[in-house]
Design a protein around this ligand. Structure first.
Ligand SMILES: [Zn+2]
Length: 296
């Protein structure tokens, strides 16, 4: 989703990207944000400033995220595979086979994916806010597989009823870009970020007397996000996708919001809106405990 209030990053300013022009200080030579993994996660999980979920800057991350950013990766792949089998979930449904590596960059040293990027689809219904009430139904058009299966965006889509869809057959092994930052940095950034889109509807926010359409005949904005932003079924499936990606990377990937990755770049996006990090943390914890790992 496009934002309308960002300060433009001029062409002349692009080289400063390497020294921290973006909100979390992405270094385009090392392909990492600044700070420890925990510091990066805290910065990259800052939502849009219009979001009611915004925690205080520097606040602790909810369990288990703070712990995952500082502990060794010990999750047993075979236990995870058995868990999925017992629950009738295919590895392909949550990001791809556990015995295949995640994507790598073509940059020197071919670094593997480090960031697990959470998006919302910002599906704009403009003034048709009545669509919000039926949006969690499996039969809603926004929850149908065919709505997303040909999309050129992301590695995975998760619908509001918890289905997951591989767009164009992609999974986490395919280097793919889905943020402004990755396009500003260029091809070297391809493969460092894994992208998961979560279905959310948006509507237009109008001032009194304002037309919902702009001069081009398009909806003026998509600033009103659904509340709650996401369903339990989405948080659950997103937790499994995070475990799939991290298992294949053999480290807990740094979770990140799209909005935080693009912060400071002109025309950056604002998603995900109304993402409940504590609720997602509980879904991750539930899986960890079921797999014999600590939730702390
Ligand atoms: Zn996004």
């Amino acid at each position: 989703m496009r934002r309308f209030t960002l300060v433009a990053l001029t062409t002349a300013a692009v080289p400063t990207l390497a020294t921290g022009a973006t909100g979390c200080g992405f270094d385009s030579s090392t392909l990492q944000f600044s700070g420890t993994r925990l510091e990066q996660a805290k910065c990259l999980l800052q939502p849009d400033e219009n979001d009611h979920q915004a925690p205080a800057r520097g606040a602790s991350l909810p369990a288990p995220l703070e712990s995952l950013m500082t502990r060794e990766f010990t999750l047993d792949t075979e236990k995870f595979r058995s868990y999925l089998h017992a629950h009738g979930i295919s590895e392909n449904d949550i990001g791809g086979p556990l015995d295949q590596p995640v994507s790598h960059s073509l940059a020197n040293g071919h670094p593997a994916a480090r960031y697990f990027v959470i998006h919302d689809t910002s599906l704009n219904v403009c003034t048709q806010t009545g669509k919000f009430s039926g949006s969690d139904s499996p039969s809603a058009s926004s929850n149908l597989k065919q709505r997303w299966q040909d999309s050129e965006e992301a590695h995975l889509f998760i619908t509001r009823d918890g289905k997951s869809i591989r767009p164009q057959g992609r999974d986490f092994s395919v280097p793919w870009r889905a943020t402004k930052l990755e396009h500003v940095v260029g091809q070297r950034a391809r493969g460092i970020f894994l992208h998961v889109e979560n279905v959310q509807l948006r509507a237009v926010d109008l001032r009194p007397g304002e037309s919902p359409l702009n001069g081009k005949g398009d909806c003026r904005n998509d600033r009103i996000a659904q509340t709650p932003g996401f369903t339990d079924a989405q948080y659950d499936r997103l937790a499994l996708a995070y475990l799939d990606a991290s298992s294949r990377a053999r480290q807990w990937l740094v979770p990140a919001y799209h909005v935080a990755i693009d912060r400071g770049i002109a025309d950056g996006h604002d998603d995900p809106r109304n993402f409940d990090l504590a609720r997602w943390g509980r879904a991750v914890c539930e899986k960890l405990v079921a797999l014999g790992e600590k939730c702390e």
